[in-house]
Design a protein around this ligand. Structure first.
Ligand code: FAD
Length: 407
């Protein structure tokens, strides 16, 4: 069977890309090893995703945002970053950028379900489920996807969206910078006595990080990072013991806690592919850039990269060029690198400082936070990007930074 594009992996990146490619008139074959039932009704995987304004607009354009129950979408009105027990905090206030929110928090399984629904209704997409891709063969003229059951599909271009540990990337000989942080992130929803005021908190403690993502009502997603051994101990705790242990780490910020969702553990590995294309192959989503979740950008970078790739493929299509030709792929590679490399590097360096407990590292991270706070224009421009407002609007509506509370 022949397709214009063969997409390997129907996670958020593969689904969104397929829908975008179908919208520019391309015929897409989409392959995933999961069953139709688990793709159509994904289980809650504990991830609560901070969706930036730009990503929200892209999802809206696909018709996916409208499929998410508004009662399950929680705005982030404010964000604060704390270093250890120090009273100093870096403060991101979207009002400084003329916006009412920094982004929205949505559960990953709802994003996956919404993107599945929009891909499912596009007639240009053929979805193959229970379809384990075992090989990708590329020649000068075509790409071929081979499945475990022996079937073979041909197209002009293959697009790999097969996780940060992409086998397709590896088989193609594309190197990747992989950073195992030697830590595990535990995520889980909790109800709390005090309101969160829709503020997201990032707390870098000396014995591991902690984050609070405000959900609807008096509920938050509580994210904690530990070494693997400690994480195993926390995963084995009862809900009561875990909540009891977690509350004092938040220093009274949310009052008493109660677990309301299942705890999930994710080993932390950052991945950056040396290049995002090869002959008749493009890498997207985590297969291209697997971010440390601390900056909440893996999904966001993924979906914004797809926008770029589809734009370049559209230009190639209009010009009557080969979709697997290097021109469009090189342009995507350049744009996606520009978008992702600075934050990827910054995150790696910050996490290097925060996983070290030496005195020089403590001094360096305090200095880094203060420098970021005093560099108000740079911080505000970053915020404008998150909230997707123009820099001109930001400068016109500039307000002085408020004084930060101690807790
Ligand atoms: C705890 C946590 C919190 C996060 N929070 C945020 C956040 O706040 N904001 C943000 O932007 N991002 C966040 N992320 C990152 C985000 O979840 C990922 O970037 C995103 O899910 C990656 O999507 P993907 O489609 O690239 O890959 P995946 O979701 O990994 O999907 C890959 C798909 O490929 C399929 N597959 C793989 N190999 C094959 C094969 N050989 N044959 C067939 N199918 C195959 C798999 O079955 C799967 O369906 C977070 C991540 C974690 C772990």
């Amino acid at each position: 069977m022949y397709f214009d594009i063969l997409v390997i992996g129907a996670g958020p990146a593969g689904l969104a890309f397929s829908a975008m490619a179908a919208d520019i008139g391309l015929k897409v074959g989409l392959f995933d090893r999961q069953s139709k039932t688990s793709l159509a009704n994904p289980k809650n995987d504990g991830r609560d995703i901070a969706v930036s304004e730009r990503s929200r607009k892209i999802m809206y354009g696909l018709g996916a945002w409208q499929k998410i129950d508004p009662a399950q979408i929680s705005p982030i009105r404010d964000a604060k970053v704390m270093d250890g027990d120090a009273p100093f905090a870096l403060h991101f206030n979207p009002q400084n950028a003329g916006a009412d929110r920094l982004g929205n928090i949505v559960s990953n399984h709802l994003i996956r379900r919404a993107l599945y629904d929009v891909a499912d209704i596009r007639p240009n997409i053929t979805l193959f489920t229970d379809a384990q891709v075992t090989a990708l063969i590329r020649t000068e003229n075509m790409a071929r996807v081979c499945l475990e059951d022996g079937s073979v599909f041909t197209g002009q271009l293959a697009v790999a969206a097969d996780t940060r540990f992409s086998q397709i990337r590896r088989d193609a000989g594309i190197k990747a910078n992989m950073h195992d942080f030697g830590q595990t992130m535990i995520v889980g929803r909790m109800a709390h006595a005090k309101p969160h005021h829709h503020t997201a908190w990032e707390m870098f403690r000396y014995d591991g990080g902690m984050a609070v993502l405000p959900l609807t009502g008096n509920t938050s997603s509580i994210v904690q990072t530990f070494c693997a051994e400690e994480a195993a101990r926390f995963m084995a705790m009862s809900d009561e013991d875990y909540a009891h242990d977690t509350a004092p780490r938040l220093k009274g910020l949310l009052g008493g806690l109660e677990c309301t969702g299942k705890r999930m553990a994710y080993p932390l590995v950052g991945v950056y592919a040396q290049k995002f294309y090869d002959e008749r192959l493009a890498l997207i989503g985590d297969a291209a850039v697997g971010m440390h979740p601390v900056t909440a950008h893996g999904f966001n970078f993924g979906i914004q990269g797809l926008d770029n790739l589809v734009k370049h493929l559209h230009s190639a299509k209009i010009a009557g060029l080969d979709l697997g030709g290097v021109q469009a792929l090189k342009a995507y590679n350049r744009d996606h690198r520009r978008l992702t490399w600075p934050l990827y590097q910054m995150t790696e360096k910050m996490m290097g400082l925060y996983t070290s407990n030496t005195i020089p590292a403590r001094i360096a991270r305090k200095a880094a936070l203060r420098a970021a706070s005093f560099m108000a224009p740079a911080k505000d421009v970053l915020m404008a990007r998150l909230a997707d407002v123009s820099v001109g609007k930001l400068l016109a509506g500039k307000l002085p930074s408020p004084k930060l509370p101690r807790f």
